[in-house]
Write a protein that binds this ligand. Sequence first.
Ligand code: ADP
Ligand code: MG
Length: 605
Amino acid sequence: MKFVAGVDIGNATTEVALARIEGKDIQFLASGIGPTTGIKGTLKNINGVFMSLNNALKKVGLEYSDLDEIRINEAAPVIGDVAMETISETIITESTVIGHNPSTPGGTGIGVGTSVLVTELSKITEEKDVIVVIPACVDFAEAARLMNEAKKNVTIQGAIAQTDDGTLITNRLDKKVPVIDEVTMIDKVPLGMECAIEVAPIGSVVSVLSNPYGIATLFQLSSEETKRVVPIARSLIGTRSGVVIKTPEGDVKERSIKAGTITVIGSKKEVEVDVDEGAERIMEGIASIPDIEDIQGEVGTNAGNMLDKVRRVMANLTDKHKRDIKIQDLLAVDTFNPQKVKGGIADEFSLENAVGIAAMVKSDRLQMEIIARVLSEKLNVPVYVGGVEADMAIKGALTTPGTSTPLAIVDMGAGSTDASIINREGKVKLIHLAGAGNMVSLLIQSELGLDDFELAEDIKKYPVALVESLFHIRHEDGTAQFFDKPLDTSVFAKVVLVKDDGELVPLEGMESMERVRQVRMEAKKKVFVTNAVRSLSKVSPTGNPRDIQFVVMVGGSALDFEIPNMVTDALSDYDIVAGRGNIRGCEGPRNAVATGLALACVEEE
Ligand code: ADP
Ligand code: MG
């Protein structure tokens, strides 16, 4: 009889399966789980291994010294890294437009007039419609006084303020007009120019200035001129307030940034793709080379820097030279990235097109041998590197009730999506692909403009709801839930995450529940549906995923509340039966590799 532990060091999680082996019989005693310490495949992992082993041993009252053998995964054939590159930018020249979402603009409606400094109002002698410009040096009370005292010949149509005092000014006006505030660089607003201003009511967005014909009506433009204001109207879509100033030179442009090319190198041929052609073209390039040896970015461009960063990080971690690090796979995804508008005057942001990339390098068995040796010395227990990860994962996955060979699995982790397939004769074929849970969180983080990766992880894991009153919330699927006791006022009228235990976590600054949901679901589809199909095509005996019948999904991302359904749905188009694994009938989709490692000990008995 002997006690063995299978230890799976993943990018995110270190998992343990503890078992007792007697001859050909194996009995699983406990599982352990803990976060991986350091980057997968480096000596820093040892701490995490200790914690996860401890976690399992404690459950059954065993000590390290009771163990006869430890198997760790041949791990780290893959290490993923993700990066984001913006490929378009919006530039405003000569300040023709202000569009932003000040938190408390004053008044609502539309106004058209000539821009005039508030302190110059009294000097106007002719009949005139004006838009008043209020710099920070004039306080709200003074500004309101000057505006109320303006002479009969002057009709005030609206105001643009530098400070955050829109409401304070409006409250003091005898005749209410729309006021846009928080325009930081007010000195860039040209004076004596024709100006149109729009503030939308609470909860809505501008509708006249975001429409080219709306602008044309206000400024009486010809059809030629109307064509030129299209980018201006576009840049104001979705904002609460906007100003358009008719200056002789002004313009808004969307420019494409040269992102550089990516070259996919195979043993027989290579292809080159422009990054700014988008993710789909890049992925066609990747798919056209069956045996990728390396992927390189054009030197001196964003693409080059991005892939160079991956290489540099990996070279550091593995004590190798940068040129010896080969990129084996890459997942490119089209995304958006909020960027400050160049030449803007009110800190305008625009959602620019970007490409997100997850890259993966191959590291070697040597790395794991070193970890095994150090572990063995510290624990005084023999530690072996036991078999390739995907191989072990399939052994573990086969403990899911109702499965048998032939079977394919998709292991959806943090850094990579791995697939393997076993035929009736027990032969295994496997593939590791870049892009998994971390990539999903990164896309959510950048598209929603979050500072914090952890918050993006939470948005990935939990559904959203809107707190409509202190006694009820509206879930994202439309159902209402009522409460007996009032909810905390801090969540009132906010978009919240609904955690498993019912806790409501407010998402500060997030206005639309629909948008959070849409960004979240799109990110999951872009990464996991793409990678499930891509990985199964690669392991299919014919190269066509249709020739696979059964697929089991394992790994942490298979715990997700919607990813497995999305993948099941997409794979049913290929007539594949796919579902979430349940390792040993009790572990859910977790612990497949660790279980497989322990099982491998029996076979060698
Ligand atoms: P690895 O094998 O690379 O260590 P895991 O199999 O532990 O990875 O999976 C980690 C990934 O699973 C992370 O991206 C994490 O965000 C994700 N994950 C973990 N739990 C959940 C959950 N409940 N819902 C969605 N994703 C989850
Ligand atoms: Mg894993």
